[in-house]
Design a protein around this ligand. Structure first.
Ligand code: SF4
Length: 411
């Protein structure tokens, strides 16, 4: 696999800087945001828009223009793409023609079979012919938003599908021969008991998904369900009940042969999501589309920088039109910020962070104090260091942000 080339960092010898070999080791993950949904779910504060399907054709044009500009100007037409993730929103809302135009436009020579190429889907819009189209295009992983098998909870969440449709959808995916698929399941739902969740989990496992993502419902004040919770119209389960659900989740998944490889994710051997691993290892990625974020290392930002595209459809269209990069915010990371981010993302992984890789990337001088702090936290049971790795213990995973700030000395 060809690597994209990195560039020499600016000559400022007083600052720590990554060495050439450390910055040259990764292929690129490509994310494409499809911000269209039939209707907003009651808990959703993602960048997605309901009732704007008529704008999809122009949006695809803008995404392809943005990609052409990034390839030409940033990647010098030399990037190697290791993973593709079509996320949303609801990518399965795209018609087969629209999806074909998008994927063929991104990969005129076809998707390399060695790539992991994922499409997100929702049960109400996924059909056998769309699944066949994805396979034809070389997409080899589908991630489906099931969330629950309870009609009452699905209604409360404002999801468009029923429990029956969820089951039919999973049967359809399995019948179509997909060996690599994932499902999203939520817990901590209003009025949900520990037993309710175990029933959902049991039903999910009956479909033998190679990968399962689980999310505890969190509500912002700006979404309908958050407002209902604030005025006492709905009640989230008490913390003790949620902790019980999390403990049962861990135990049940382990007993079914899944590895809890990341805070929210479980996989059968060989099925961890390669695309998301790029985020968690602070590897370069490009995000195309409204609200998408990229991370890239370049001459002016040797520790990497994040670029963020405008979230509104019109703001994005304005920037991406005319074949140009669409980001409206570029935030270069300092050495300290990059180290914090590497710890925050890497410590989400059960395998933790390689101490050697951290030292190679950020310098022995920066990592020494982190390890001294880690030894203190390890003595208190919050993290552990062995086999050359630094890991957060299960007890520490709820306090990840706080622990990472503890690990980093004041600047
Ligand atoms: S389907 Fe997903 S992105 Fe769309 S409204 Fe629901 S939660 Fe948000």
């Amino acid at each position: 696999m060809r690597r994209f080339s990195s560039v020499t960092c600016p000559c400022n010898d007083s600052m720590p800087r990554p060495t050439e070999s450390k910055r040259d080791q990764t292929a690129l993950a490509l994310y494409v945001h499809i911000p269209f949904c039939v209707k907003k779910c009651a808990y959703c504060d993602f960048t997605s828009y309901a009732g704007k399907e008529s704008e999809i054709p122009d949006y695809i044009t803008h995404v392809l223009d943005e990609w052409a500009a990034i390839r030409r100007e940033l990647l010098k037409n030399q990037a190697s793409i290791s993973t593709l993730y079509l996320g949303g929103g609801t990518p399965s809302l795209l018609t087969e023609n629209q999806m074909t135009r998008l994927v063929r436009g991104l990969f005129p020579e076809g998707i390399d079979p060695s790539m992991e190429a994922t499409v997100e889907a929702n049960p109400e819009s996924l059909t056998p012919s769309k699944l066949a189209c994805y396979q034809e295009l070389g997409i080899n992983r589908v991630s489906v938003g099931i969330q629950s098998f309870s009609d009452a909870h699905l209604r409360l969440l404002g999801r468009l599908h029923s429990a029956r449709r969820a089951r039919e959808c999973l049967d359809m995916i399995r019948r179509a021969g997909w060996r690599n698929f994932s499902m999203d399941l939520m817990y901590g739902l209003p009025g949900q008991s520990h037993e309710d969740f175990l029933r959902d989990l049991d039903e999910a496992l009956g479909f033998e998904p190679p990968h399962l993502s689980t999310y505890c419902l969190t509500l912002s004040g700006g979404v309908p369900l958050g407002q209902a919770a604030a005025r006492g119209a709905i009640h989230l389960p008490p913390e003790a009940e949620i902790l019980k659900m999390m403990a049962s989740l861990d135990k049940t998944m382990a007993s079914h042969g899944y590895e809890h490889y990341e805070v929210s994710n479980f996989a059968r051997p060989g099925h961890a999501c390669r695309h998301n691993l790029a985020y968690w290892t602070l590897s370069p990625y490009i995000g195309l589309g409204a609200g998408a974020v990229s991370f890239f290392i370049e001459e002016v930002a040797p520790w990497g920088s994040h670029w963020e595209n405008p979230g509104s459809l019109s703001g994005y269209a304005k920037r991406a039109r005319n074949h140009s990069w669409a980001f409206h915010e570029r935030s270069p990371l300092s050495h300290r910020e990059a180290l914090i981010e590497a710890l925050l993302t890497g410590l989400r992984l059960k395998r933790g962070l390689s101490i050697r890789a951290l030292a190679e990337r950020f310098g022995e001088e920066a990592i020494g104090p982190v390890l001294q702090k880690a030894a203190l936290l390890a003595a208190e049971g919050w993290c552990e260091m062995d086999g050359g790795s630094l890991r957060i213990t299960p007890g520490g995973s709820c306090l990840l942000d706080t622990l990472v700030l503890e690990l980093i000395p004041e600047s």
